[in-house]
Design a protein around this ligand. Structure first.
Ligand code: ADP
Ligand code: MG
Length: 239
């Protein structure tokens, strides 16, 4: 479904992604971890072209994401959830979820509303549909953000530290919503340091350091028998 081949990203003279390659199959769940500044966000931002990569190739469902109008179209099949929710504060929860299908797909209001309510039901927050984001807890806002990303019916979902900004008691409800999505067969790439989630949900865990993909392993091997000394040192610090 997704292929990255020798991807590079520079910020001025700083080499943020150094020859990153990765193949993701349909339905696969990938967890990315690694120290702060290692390029995790940059990697997934290049996948949905919030950042432009400077070298290498990225293809999604057979379409090149390197440039061109095809790439703009293909990217609509990729949903993203950020650490800081990024909901529109002046719109209700329902309108936040309805907006993208209406703007991007020119979908009519009535079906957009029905679809948004169904998505809010799916992340168990439909009773808050008419509130504003500021009236919700962080965990609730993040579940709305997940519903909003799902509204464009993506084939691939990217999560960038979706629970890092949450109070500890709210982490579980967001991970649960993500786990449910995983069970339904969604293809997911998740940057997180929630190692319990990685063990339970990931098909493969990736460790990044200094812009490079250092290790890619199934979770059992990743946690119990990491091959790289760097991975071992990192796990020693966070576990
Ligand atoms: P991570 O998500 O692993 O913490 P990032 O991908 O956010 O790391 O950042 C990797 C490196 O690239 C960091 O050193 C960061 O400072 C740098 N970086 C990220 N975005 C920019 C930018 N827009 N301009 C300059 N440097 C950036
Ligand atoms: Mg980051």
């Amino acid at each position: 479904m997704l292929s990255m081949d020798g991807v590079h990203k520079w910020f001025g003279g700083f080499h943020a992604l150094d020859d990153c390659s990765l193949e993701v199959s349909q339905g696969e769940k990938i967890v990315i971890c690694g120290p702060s500044g290692s390029g995790k966000s940059t990697l997934i931002r290049c996948i949905n072209a919030i950042e432009r990569h400077d070298g290498g190739r990225i293809t999604f469902s057979g379409v090149s994401l390197d440039d061109g109008r095809e790439a703009v179209q293909a990217r609509k099949g990729i949903g993203m959830v950020f650490q800081q929710f990024n909901l529109f504060p002046h719109l209700t929860v329902l309108d936040n979820v309805m907006l993208a299908p209406m703007l991007v797909k020119r979908q009519a209001p009535t079906p957009s509303r029905q679809q948004a309510l169904a998505l809010l039901e799916r992340v168990r927050i439909v009773e808050q549909a008419n509130k504003y984001p500021g009236q919700l807890s962080g965990g609730q806002q993040q579940r709305v953000a997940i519903a909003r990303a799902l509204a464009l019916q993506p084939q691939l979902m990217l999560f960038d530290e979706p629970t890092s900004a949450l109070d500890p008691e709210m982490v579980g409800e967001v991970l649960e919503a993500m786990q449910e999505l995983a069970r339904e067969g969604m293809t997911m790439i998740v940057v997180t340091h929630e190692m319990g989630f990685a063990r339970q949900v990931a098909d493969r865990v990736i460790f990044m350091e200094a812009g490079r993909i250092v290790e890619v392993q199934p979770p059992d091997r990743f946690f119990d028998n990491p091959q790289s000394e760097r991975t071992r040192a990192f796990l020693g610090k966070i576990l």
